[in-house]
Write a protein that binds this ligand. Structure first.
Ligand code: NAI
Length: 465
């Protein structure tokens, strides 16, 4: 039987990153992945979606080129969905090959099979793929998540017929559906709705909550809704899916039941941790509401078994998964490290994109934290004014009145997803707004808006003193 310091079950961002990190720290590592290296993120999630959205952005740029002084085009540009899909496949292949090569170079043993935990052994734990067994001192469960399928009348049959789909199937379409009904106005629903609307579909989004975009700042969610509505997307909020028929679905709206005709229905009502078949029950690994329970060292209730990524249901973002994997490995090695979810940025890659980190003003209010707030139009940035000039784009930042530290930042507008990490860095390092404002930013950049927010917060602090 082969012996390893660490056995990682699952090759998505949590698993492959933790495997590389552990190998770099000198651990011998086995990584088992039954489907595709890179997991949902690389194969049917984050990366493919960004390929699609970039094609949509290119299309819009071509359509609007004359606004920027580009003239003399002929014909009407459209998206060739199959070409978009093939370009996406190329990017996915490049990145998954990159993961494979990195693991190889790092000396990680990769099994492209499903493994199952068998039980405890003297030195740790035993996993098996068929008749082949391996032993690991530590185990990292990184088995990811799968889409939530609502138990709604007619939905299973529509999924079977291929009329209804999850995001994975949407990313394999070779033609743009004329009418797309999206169930769920969260991150996946919005990114998909934005893409297909730009590509030419008539899109309706039904969202159960009164507002779209989940935990986003309320004003920013409203701005996003306004912009996407202008682009032709119809939003039915406080509305849920009641039943699905052939090419027609019934939605319960505040105005009564409404029938929506569709060519494709996209189900995007959340994802749920996936660990079935990994043998967790055999060891008594604790789960709660479907998620593997972990402490802030990422350890489960079983000493030596850790869990990172979507499977623990905490944040369900690839970048959270990377960090959780590192925390798990550090603790296996006896290096004290605790996971914090306070400064995890989240981005919705619509156009305009939305980027969030930390508390919203409403959340600070609810938690009884005294805060200062600043809201600036992105047009304050020279680069933004030169390039995008969207008057609805804003950045909002709040700081703690007592400590002077940044509590959160919420922005809507191009580039927001790129510069939000600077605020996350300040929050992680505990930088005050005064310290942050001493950093020199390149000019003109959109990121300078962060410095502008900090300066404004400092001005308010001085005025209060
Ligand atoms: P989500 O939790 O973001 O949104 C699901 C939405 O569906 C919620 O707004 C919910 O109110 C709504 N909903 C639930 N049941 C409904 C019903 N019966 N009828 C109508 N609406 C209903 O989940 P989503 O968008 O599926 O994404 C799954 C995960 O993937 C999330 O955790 C997200 O963070 C992650 N993700 C992240 C991305 C990013 O970082 N850019 C991109 C895509 C996904």
């Amino acid at each position: 039987m082969q012996r390893f310091d660490l056995i990682v079950i699952g090759g998505g961002p949590a698993g492959y990153h933790a495997a590389l990190y552990a190998a770099a720290k000198g651990m011998s590592v086995l990584l088992a992945e039954a489907r595709a290296l890179g997991g949902v993120c690389l194969n049917e999630g984050c990366v493919p979606t960004k390929c699609f959205l970039y094609s949509a952005k290119m299309l819009r740029h071509v359509k609007e080129a004359n606004r920027y002084g580009v003239v003399g085009q002929e014909g009407t540009p459209v998206l060739d969905q199959n070409a978009v899909r093939l370009r996406k496949n190329k990017a996915v292949k490049r990145l998954t090959l990159g993961v494979r090569n990195s693991l190889k170079q790092a000396g990680v043993t990769v099994w492209t099979e499903r493994v199952e935990l068998q039980g405890k052994s003297e030195a740790g734990f035993v996993v098996a793929a068929g008749d082949t067994e391996a032993e690991g001192r530590f185990v990292l469960i990184a088995t990811g998540s799968s889409p939530v399928i609502l138990p709604i009348e007619g939905l299973a049959a529509a999924l079977e017929r291929g009329e209804a789909m999850t995001s994975a199937e949407a990313l394999e379409l070779t033609e743009i559906p004329a009418r797309l009904l999206v169930i769920g106005g969260g991150v996946i629903g919005l990114e998909m709705a934005a893409y297909f609307a730009e590509a030419g579909s008539a899109v309706t989004v039904a969202e159960a909550a009164p507002a779209i975009a989940g935990r986003s700042d309320a004003d920013i969610a409203a701005r996003l809704k306004k912009t996407l509505t202008k682009k032709g997307i119809e939003f039915l909020t406080s509305s849920t899916l009641l039943s699905v028929g052939q090419g027609e679905a019934t939605i319960a709206t505040p105005e009564g039941n409404r029938s929506v005709v569709y060519d494709k229905l996209l189900l995007a009502v959340g994802r749920k941790p996936r660990w079935e078949g990994a043998g967790l029950d055999r060891l008594g690994v604790k789960t709660e509401r479907g998620a593997v329970v972990t402490d802030d060292r990422m350890q489960t209730n079983i000493k030596g078994i850790y869990a990172a990524g979507d499977v623990n249901g905490k944040s369900m973002l690839a970048h959270t998964a990377y960090r959780e994997g590192e925390v798990a490995v550090n603790n296996m090695l006896g290096d004290e490290d605790r996971m914090s979810y306070d400064a995890i940025p989240a981005v919705i890659y619509t156009d305009p994109e939305v980027a969030n980190v930390g508390l919203t003003a409403e959340e600070a209010e609810r938690q009884g934290i005294a805060y200062r707030e600043v809201v600036l139009p992105m047009l304050y940035s020279g680069r933004y004014a030169a390039e995008v000039a969207d008057p609805d784009a804003v950045i909002r930042m709040i700081s703690d009145r007592e400590t002077g530290r940044v509590l959160g930042c919420h922005a809507i507008g191009s580039y927001a997803g790129e510069y939000i990490a600077q605020v996350a860095a300040m929050m992680t390092l505990g930088t005050t707004t005064k310290e942050g404002a001493e950093v020199v930013y390149p000019h003109p950049t959109v990121a300078e808006l962060i410095r502008e927010c900090l300066i404004e917060l400092n001005r308010k602090e001085s005025a209060d003193a």
